[in-house]
Design a protein around this ligand. Structure first.
Ligand code: FAD
Length: 485
């Protein structure tokens, strides 16, 4: 019979659980992708990520055509239109079953339930698989049978599960017999009704993505633990956009890692160990989302943090968004995000801390801004990262520990190389003042008689808040919120 393989956040043929199952159970297959622009708007999906998806679909279409599987792309408005689109395609293709990989977010779960309900009276089977994690949500739990709330024991249990279960990366499916269904697939991928931001800096062909993974594991992973925190060094994999859209599976990443750095499971001081740790953080946040659906409903994990009196300030929020806070490392990072759709992990932590702790602005405003600009926007990781930084999440930064944006800059961008790349106004500031440029003019006047005649004048804002005072105020606001609970 015929089956539908429905692609969502799993845009690949290699190691795709649903696709393989579909191939095993059906003689002929038709693939479908349903763009949902209104839903994307609601979920703040970044236009640059949508562009990456669009380009990737063209690659996928060719790869599928080689297997005699047509790819049908039909735009609908939002998730409520999806059941009809799927049942219609089942009618046109004569499919008796639909295969897909699970998405763990609430709206996506509801969408799938509605599709299943629409298909069942038509006697069309709906098969949905766990696929996006190396270890599936629910497979590692505490002795009491509950989801882990703390990362380190989670990682331990996760690793011992992996030892027991092993790792398997599945090959792409075999070619289907007939090409009769190919007529369903018509011409180029239609443009999406969505703002366009070019993602061309991120290649989407199979070879380039695979090569990026190989090169990283071959040449960079050994130094990862030493370089991963320095934004001016290209020391991380930059694979997040591919993992977020499923062009690449986490299992593929781990499998290549094990090839090049077999000690990654046992040597805590190795780069491989540190990189694996990040893949496990990705899994941790996904498992949490499944165990605690409130995370997907705009709720903090720690309930008392609902009492925090966040500051309502459009002015501060905009200064942060546009990279005009007067804190160079924060501003450089925010400008990188706006210009490229990507930001280094250390900088995500610094800027998220700055918004929530220095400006005392609700983490949800930051979560939204990140999502609407990140090419690697991923609900679980983004929400997890924000709740970590804002001290509202499981195993988060304690509220009384507040990053100092100046010393963070000094530690992780000592000479201001990263800062100078993105904040051009500061390119001539001496290293000594690159993290405190507001102190430079004064110091220059005092020390240098020549400059006294032509005083230094920077077109750069003064710090919008005083970090020391802001820190004290935020800790107090959190303390009061906790007492109220
Ligand atoms: P590498 O260092 O090479 O890590 C490899 C992979 O591990 C990444 O591609 C990613 O899939 C995963 N990973 C790494 N760090 C983390 C982490 N802390 N949490 C979860 N997964 C991780 N990551 C996203 O993929 N999408 C997001 O929307 C996102 N939002 C974030 C928001 C905040 C406030 C913070 C603090 C972190 C966020 N992260 C997010 C996690 C992390 O910053 C990025 O995954 C990482 O910077 C991507 O770069 P890379 O691929 O070079 O990572």
């Amino acid at each position: 019979g015929t089956g539908i393989i429905w692609f969502r956040a799993d845009l690949r043929l290699v190691d795709n659980t649903a696709l393989l199952a579909a191939r095993e159970q059906c003689e002929n297959l038709v693939a479908v992708y349903l763009p949902t622009p209104m839903q994307w708007h609601e979920h703040h999906v970044a236009p640059i990520q949508v562009d990456l998806i669009h380009r990737r679909l063209a690659v996928l279409k060719d790869l599928l055509a080689d297997l005699n599987i047509p790819l049908v792309v039909r735009e609908v408005a939002d998730f409520s239109d999806v059941p009809l689109a799927i049942t219609q395609l089942a009618g046109e293709s004569g499919a008796h079953s639909v295969f897909c990989n699970k998405q763990y977010e609430n709206d996506e779960q509801l969408r799938d339930k509605n599709v299943k309900n629409a298909l069942s009276p038509l006697n069309i089977q709906f098969h949905c698989f766990d696929d996006s994690c190396i270890v599936n949500p629910g497979d590692v739990v505490t002795q009491a049978g509950e989801a882990f709330k703390v990362f380190t024991p989670f990682r331990k249990a996760w690793l011992s599960y992996l030892y027991r279960a092993g790792l398997q990366v599945q090959p792409p499916p075999a070619k289907v017999d007939s090409n009769a269904l190919m007529t369903l697939s018509d011409g180029d991928i239609p443009t999406f009704t969505y703002p366009k931001v070019n993602s061309i800096d991120w290649p989407v062909d199979e070879e380039a993505i695979r090569q990026r993974l190989l090169t990283f594991c071959e040449t960079k992973v050994a130094l990862y633990h030493q370089q991963r925190d320095i934004p001016s060094i290209d020391g991380t994999s930059c694979l997040s956009p591919y993992l977020a859209t499923g062009c690449l599976s986490a299992r593929q990443c781990l499998s290549v890692l094990l090839n090049y750095a077999p000690n990654c499971l046992i040597s805590p001081d190795s780069g491989g160990f540190a990189w694996l740790n990040e893949l496990v953080w990705r899994e941790f946040y996904r498992h949490l989302l499944v165990a605690y659906p409130k995370l997907g409903r705009n709720q903090p994990f720690v309930s008392w943090t609902n009492n925090v009196l966040w500051r309502e300030s459009d002015e501060y929020l905009q200064a942060w968004q546009q990279g005009r806070t007067g804190y160079p490392i924060v501003d450089a990072a925010m400008r990188q995000l706006k210009a490229t759709g990507w930001m280094h992990n250390r900088l995500r932590m610094i800027t998220a801390s700055f918004l929530t702790k220095d400006l005392l602005i609700d983490w949800r405003a930051g979560e939204r801004w990140f999502m609407s600009h990140l090419i690697d926007g991923d609900f679980a990781s983004n929400n997890g990262g924000w709740q970590w930084a804002a001290s509202t999440g499981t195993d988060a930064q304690p509220y009384f520990r507040v990053f100092n944006p100046t010393t963070q800059g000094e530690r992780f961008d000592p000479k201001g190389e990263f800062i100078r790349t993105w904040v051009h106004e500061l390119k001539d500031v001496p290293d000594k003042y690159i993290h405190t440029p507001h102190l430079w003019p004064e110091a220059a006047r005092n020390n240098d008689p020549v400059l006294f005649d032509s005083p230094v004048c920077l077109d750069y804002p003064l710090p919008i808040v005083d970090h020391k005072a802001a820190r004290v105020c935020t800790i107090e606001v959190f303390r009061i919120a906790k007492e109220m609970a």
